[in-house]
Design a protein around this ligand. Structure first.
Ligand SMILES: Nc1ncnc2c1ncn2[C@@H]1O[C@H](COP(=O)(O)OP(=O)(O)OP(=O)(O)O)[C@@H](O)[C@H]1O
Length: 429
């Protein structure tokens, strides 16, 4: 492919494959987005910072298998930054002295038109990724309206340039934006929004975050999952949902991986890194953040051996954070944790004392939620007297973690006991 605008040759990108992590949640969004792109529509990925919008946009653009033109929205942008402008002159002087006694001089000054990135993408049929487009002022983005709808890009009147450019049939556009409450973001004109298919990108689920951490930093999945849950629990407690926790997780994981720091609540280096990364992202004072963080670390629980990493799914990891298991391991008691760890357990954060607290006032409990399926499993065991975990799991079509959470709660209440992997109903005295 020939790309004519000198300045923009370097702007055409090819994404290196193999760096993009695909989980079921991401795949689902990608399939949706590609469907619209294939039908010729522009898509718009909207969500809080760090939810993976740019990464997904680049992946989608790569799937279209055309060169990619990347633009970052900017408040300083002028229309000419998108479409191009006259730049400099060509000066042509023709000296005709064929006959020595006659000197003919032709002097010509011609303005040169230089395409900017949008024009080049429209002309050549590239895939435009306009990242954080609502950082540019709305009027600057007006040139996109006719390009997206009528497939015509209007160029300024120019001596050597047609005023209308017919957009190439393979031109596609992918926009990303942060919500309007973000600093430095402009509200978007309705006419542009009307031309885009907007897909909201929430915080990636735990499985996705865990996979991204493991892939990008090389740490193992158990450590990755521990970091993801710790960051998630901290952000839930401190109201940090304006952004995603993914970047914080990546920072913590990368530093731990590169400096051989043990990912463990008992390790002071690990705690320090988490504090450095997380505390300044909250509105809470350092001392309040420290209190919350230490409380969280003190409520890390180790799930039984049956919980292998295969059972990490968005459903059961969410359940972990809403369940109320009582079998907590205090980080202040290393013996207990190492015993639990020796079972081959899977460390995870449980906010048993936290998720039921009012977000604005940690002292105020909101509701006392029962553990899901606790009652049903108890009734089932009353009939059967005892059953193995796998049998109960199958009976209720649950995953292991949800089943164990319910059984742990029943054990704690003295209603069920576990013996030789069998859960048995406790007869009342
Ligand atoms: N599917 C993925 N595969 C690999 N890495 C990912 C994936 N999704 C996100 N990431 C990583 O997560 C981090 C945040 O992603 P990204 O920059 O795409 O978020 P964003 O929503 O565009 O953020 P912002 O709004 O602040 O620009 C990056 O380091 C990125 O590499």
């Amino acid at each position: 492919m020939t790309i004519t605008a000198n300045n923009n040759k370097r702007a055409v990108l090819r994404v290196r494959p193999g760096q993009f992590v695909v989980t079921p949640a991401i795949e689902q969004v990608a399939i949706r987005a590609l469907r619209y792109l294939a039908s010729g529509f522009a898509i718009h990925l909207r969500g809080p910072a760090g939810t993976g919008k740019t990464t997904l946009a680049m992946h989608l653009a790569n799937c279209l298998d055309r060169p990619i033109m990347l633009i970052f929205g900017d408040d300083e942008f002028k229309s000419s930054d998108l479409i191009g402008s006259e730049s400099g002159y060509t000066h042509k002087k023709l000296l005709d002295n064929y006959i020595h006694s006659v000197l003919k001089v032709e002097d010509e000054f011609k303005q040169n038109w230089v395409d900017s990135r949008l024009t080049l993408a429209c002309r050549e049929g590239l895939t435009l990724v306009y990242d954080e487009f609502n950082r540019s002022r709305p009027e600057v983005n007006n040139v996109l309206l006719s390009a997206l709808e009528e497939k015509i890009l209007t160029l300024p009147p120019s001596s050597n340039q047609p005023e209308y450019l017919h957009v190439h049939s393979q031109f596609r556009a992918i926009f990303t934006s942060n919500p309007e409450e973000y600093c430095g973001v402009h509200s978007t004109q309705d006419a542009l929004m009307d031309r885009l298919v907007t897909i909201n990108m929430p915080e990636p689920d735990e499985l996705t975050q865990t996979e991204i951490l493991a892939n990008k930093t090389g740490i193992n999945r158990l450590d990755a999952h521990l970091i993801v849950q710790l960051v998630k629990a901290f952000r839930l407690r401190t109201g940090g949902e304006k952004t995603s926790g993914l970047r914080s997780c990546l920072m913590i994981a990368k530093v731990c991986a590169e400096h051989n720091i043990l990912v463990s609540p008992e390790n002071s280096d690990f705690r320090e890194i988490c504090a450095d990364v997380l505390f300044n992202r909250t509105k809470w004072s350092a001392s309040e953040a420290t209190t919350i963080f230490l409380e969280l670390l003190n409520h890390i629980r180790v799930l039984p051996v049956e919980e292998s990493q295969d059972s990490i799914t968005p459903e059961n990891t969410d359940a972990m954070l809403t369940a109320f298991p009582e079998r907590l391991v205090d980080v202040a008691s290393p013996k207990e944790e190492s015993e639990a760890g020796a079972e081959g357990g899977f460390p995870t954060i449980i906010d048993s004392n936290f998720s039921d607290l009012h977000p604005e006032d940690p002292q105020q409990p909101v509701v006392d939620k029962p553990v899901p399926f606790e009652k049903e499993i108890y009734q089932y065991l009353q009939q059967r007297k005892s059953a193995a975990l796998a049998v109960i799991q199958k009976e209720f079509n649950l995953n292991r973690i949800s089943t164990t959470n319910a059984l742990n709660a029943l054990e704690q209440k003295g209603l069920v006991s576990k013996n030789d992997r069998l859960y048995t109903i406790e007869e009342p005295n």
